[in-house]
Design a protein around this ligand. Structure first.
Ligand code: CAA
Length: 285
């Protein structure tokens, strides 16, 4: 039988975290939106406010709906604020040590029986679960960016994840109007195992001078009907995130087909991380 989830602690108020907080609060649940500083949490909240205002201006929700959604979001700079939450969804930086540290804290802080989910895009759920005293309650809940728009959620079973926990997260995803897909815990899951090698290959095409970023994107947009070309998408996701996912695939499978393109490494070293830093394969004003 699935558990009832009423309050969700979202750890990380960045691009993914604030999107998750928005959809959870929109579905009528209480949210504690946590980050390492109150300022970061506030920035996430402002983005939600902006997104909801757009929904109001399009006549999809009323001002009252917007106020009700925002009233369900409490900001926090201390994980202990979520001690009574039924579930945590971690959406911090894609770095294993940072995530392991957060999961140790969540395990010590959250009430017995609370589910600990990670929005990791490629790191092993089983390894994250192993640093807690409740691996059966640890699971992957991988949303896609932009969270309020994209329908998919990958639900990743760690080696020890309980069936009841899996069912609870599937039900929650449906409650958020998302389409859950069951995935086993292997590097990159399904989404990034398929997506990232395509992006990496597009970067190789730039590296080898096969074509320009604009034309490579045009091929995939106009030739394959993708909503964004792979290089625009890489800039949107963040080139640091793309590189770390390629590293996970390369190390996890030990197969040279996942070798990150040297040009991707070079851009990341230069601090050209895509849209968020104003420069990646394109320049953003
Ligand atoms: N937050 C919230 N809403 C957003 C948004 C954002 N960041 N960006 C766009 N939207 C909304 C817009 O408001 C608009 O909503 P309405 O239809 O209600 O007006 C809608 O999305 C469409 O936006 P636009 O008309 O401005 O532009 P578009 O038609 O080009 O769509 C897009 C934008 C939805 C991002 C589309 O380009 C797209 O689907 N791109 C591909 C996205 C993708 O592949 N995401 C997966 C990334 S990989 C990932 O997330 C996994 C990982 O682990 C790395």
């Amino acid at each position: 039988m699935a558990k009832t989830i009423q309050t969700v602690l979202v750890v990380g108020a960045g691009q993914m975290g604030n999107g998750i907080a928005q959809v959870v609060a929109t579905a009528g649940l209480e949210v504690i939106l946590n980050d390492i500083s109150f300022d970061y949490a506030q920035k996430g909240y402002e983005n939600i406010d902006k997104n909801l205002s757009r929904q109001v201006s399009k006549g999809r929700i009323t001002e009252e709906d917007k106020a009700a959604i925002l009233s369900r979001i409490q900001l926090s700079d201390d994980i202990a604020d979520g001690r009574d939450a039924d579930m945590a969804i971690e959406a911090a930086t894609e770095n294993l040590d940072i995530k392991l540290d957060i999961f140790r804290k969540l395990d010590h802080t959250l009430k017995e029986g609370a589910i600990l989910a990670s929005n990791t895009s490629s790191l092993p759920i089983t390894e994250i679960a192993a640093v807690t005293s409740r691996p059966e309650l640890v699971i992957g809940m991988h949303f896609m960016n932009p969270v309020p728009v994209m329908q998919l959620v990958e639900v990743i079973r760690g080696l020890a994840t309980d069936e009841e926990v899996y069912q609870t997260v599937v039900d929650l995803a449906k409650q958020l109007s998302k389409h859950p897909v069951e995935v086993q815990d292997f590097p990159g899951f399904v989404s990034n195992r398929v997506l990232m090698p395509m992006i990496n290959e597009a970067i190789y095409c730039v590296y080898e001078g096969v074509s320009s970023p604009q034309d490579i994107d045009a091929v995939m947009k106009m030739g394959m009907n993708h909503p964004m070309g792979p290089l625009t998408l890489a800039d949107f996701i963040g080139l640091d995130t793309c590189l770390s996912i390629m590293e996970v695939l390369y190390e996890g499978f030990g197969d040279s087909k996942y070798r990150p393109c040297p040009l991707l490494r070079k851009y990341v070293k230069a601090g050209w991380l895509g849209k968020k830093t104003g420069r990646g394969f394109y320049v953003y004003e």
